[in-house]
Design a protein around this ligand. Structure first.
Ligand code: PEP
Ligand code: MG
Length: 594
């Protein structure tokens, strides 16, 4: 890689969102502004304008077809969604109506399309059925593609990339990140974001190196510039010097060696030297990650974030599609447990889809504290009953555990359980078979659930601690906000005490307590979590061998001591300093030369 002429080498520091080191050329994606401004056309330009519009529709259709071909191999669920968009793009209500408006009013195609879309929107708004109403999102999605082509901002910037690049943008949604599976996207960097934003979580799950929270990075980089992205340290080196390039070649070699070495642990039992055993499970978002779950030797799925699979296209899958996905997960892992979480929507996830479903989540002032996950469940039970039916039916094919997120009170939990019981009853009445042994649990991630854990523990089969949210809600730090990212401290004693309180309450009632937040895969936190007595740690699949190696080098006595000590600390910095002093002595191989 050569240095770009005239541009200086520089280093930017951000948040290490997803590990890995990549080197390549930058592609800056600017925020696209869509101009639908009105323009009156001289009569002789009208046929040309209609033709320009038709060509844009054809191009949008072509793009969708090629997108469909790309997904065809491994994402059969996405196919039906893309197919429905291919049909929709040629719909008379869009194409003929827009062409008529251009001719009748002698206006530009963008303005005519916006008017046609406005009419369609009003028609959808008049429909009572929330599911059909929500289909407007699909119409808007295809129309946006046409708008993009008309205004020259392109169709979908993530599908038009034909050489390996490192993407730079203000922000990516979690859905954008899912679509980065293409070989050509080596990594990405953004201005926005925090370590446990869902965009960062998806990047880690898919092993896409990423650095987020890089202030003004879209202005600091130019498309085509060379860059080294270090997702371990959260640094990016733009126009790196030859020395820097050499240094990173060496880092990458060391990292490869280390990764090859830990692969050895995949088939070993997850236990300490003195026989204390826990379950190491995987967190996944998409059924296509099953391969990684099996490859890295997970003993189950500790968290399937069903909302990603549910919403990775602009349309909502039906019961059959969800049943197909869940069945595939359960059958692949059978008899190991598969924990499927009900939709955890709202917050930083999928607001656009939901805003068309009747409730305007996009208008919420404070979405993280608003109608998120189970609260949304209780407002729109029909959506969730469909999901529960799919889960229950799939339970016949393996060991299912159902997990309900964001439970904040016993009353809320009882209402959820009632809906679950009613759904079971209706399936029984229909003669549909499901397993009689499904475990149901709740995520403990809201401080009120921690305080009331002893009361909740008697009513569920297991707890799963969501530290990503527990940290956000207990320390009052938005998990996706780069300005307060340095205050997002997983090892804050307040967080550690909450974990301990939850574990103790669960164990006093004889139920298992898991952790499925990002801390479970963080090697610095793992010895503390083991010492706090968790029964299961669930993490991104590629972290499993590293955590298992740590577990197998441990002794339960020193883990307990470590946990006791950190619980006495007065602040997060003190915990860190203590661990930085202790861990290299306890684990010389893992922490010795850090
Ligand atoms: C959590 O909050 O820790 C968790 C695992 O769930 P999510 O990151 O999807 O909110
Ligand atoms: Mg959560």
């Amino acid at each position: 890689m050569s240095r770009e002429k005239g541009r200086d080498p520089r280093t930017m520091h951000g948040i290490a969102a997803s590990p890995g080191i990549v080197e390549g050329k930058v592609l800056v994606l600017r925020r696209r502004t869509r101009s639908t401004g009105w323009a009156h056309l001289p009569p002789e330009h009208v046929p040309q304008e209609v033709e320009r519009f038709r060509q844009a529709v054809d191009k949008a259709e072509e793009d969708l077809v090629s997108l469909r071909d790309q997904f065809a191999i491994d994402l059969s669920d996405a196919l039906s969604i893309i197919d429905s968009h291919i049909l929709m793009i040629k719909d008379r209500m869009i194409v003929e109506r827009t062409a008529d408006l251009i001719r009748e009013h002698k206006i530009n195609a963008e303005w005519a399309l916006a008017r046609a879309l406005g009419n369609i929107k009003r028609k959808f708004e008049a429909i009572a059925d929330p599911y059909i109403k929500a289909r407007y999102a699909d119409v808007k999605y295809v129309a946006d593609r046409v708008f993009g082509i008309l205004s020259g901002t392109g169709g979908d910037p993530l599908t038009d990339i034909d050489e390996p690049v490192i993407l730079v943008a203000h922000d990516f949604s979690p859905e954008d990140t899912l679509r980065m599976r293409s070989q050509n996207i080596l990594g990405f960097m953004t201005e926005k974001g925090g370590i446990t934003s869902h965009t960062a979580i998806v990047a880690r799950s898919l092993d896409i190196p990423a650095v987020v929270g890089l202030e003004h990075v879209t202005r600091q980089c130019v498309t085509g510039e060379a860059v080294i992205l270090d997702g371990f340290k959260g640094q990016v080196h733009i126009n790196p010097t030859l020395d820097r390039q050499r240094q990173y070649r060496e880092y990458r070699r060391q990292h490869r060696e280390f990764s090859d070495e830990v692969v050895f642990y995949i088939h070993l039992s997850p236990e300490t030297r003195d026989g204390y055993r826990i379950r190491l499970a995987a967190n996944i978002e998409m059924v296509t990650e099953l391969d990684a779950v099996l490859r890295y030797g997970a003993e189950g799925i500790g968290l399937f974030r069903s909302e990603f699979d549910y919403f990775h296209g602009p349309a909502r899958p039906d019961e059959e599609a969800m049943y197909g996905t869940y069945r595939q997960l359960l059958a692949a892992l059978d008899p190991l447990p598969v924990t499927i979480r009900t939709l955890d929507v709202g917050g930083d996830k999928f607001v656009e889809h939901l805003s068309t479903g009747g409730l305007r989540l996009d208008l919420e002032r404070n979405p993280a504290l608003g109608l998120r996950s189970t609260r949304y469940f209780l407002r729109e039970p029909a959506i969730f009953i469909t999901q529960l039916r799919a889960m229950l039916r799939a339970s016949a094919h393996g060991t299912l555990r159902i997990l309900f997120p964001m439970i904040s009170s016993r009353n809320e939990w009882r209402r959820v359980r009632e809906i679950l019981e009613l759904t079971k009853k209706s399936l029984t009445a229909e003669g549909v078979h499901f397993s009689p042994d499904i475990q149901v649990g709740i995520m403990v991630e809201v401080p009120s659930a921690v305080v009331m854990a002893d009361s909740l523990a008697g009513e569920v089969d297991f707890f799963s601690i969501g530290t990503n949210d527990m940290i956000q809600y207990s320390l009052a730090i938005d998990r996706g906000n780069e300005y307060v990212a340095s205050m997002y401290e997983p090892l804050h004693p307040a967080v550690l005490r909450m974990i301990k309180q939850t574990v103790d309450a669960g164990h006093a009632h004889g139920i298992e307590v898991a952790i499925c937040g990002e801390m479970a895969g963080d090697v610095m936190s793992v010895p503390v979590l083991l010492g706090l007595g968790l029964d299961e740690l669930s993490m991104r699949p590629s972290a499993l061998p590293f955590v298992k190696r740590l577990l197998r080098s441990s002794r339960s006595t020193w883990l307990t001591e470590l946990a006791e000590k950190v619980l006495e600390c007065g602040e997060g910095g003190e915990v860190l300093r203590y661990l930085e002093a202790q861990l290299p002595m306890l684990y010389p191989e893992e922490f010795g030369n850090r």
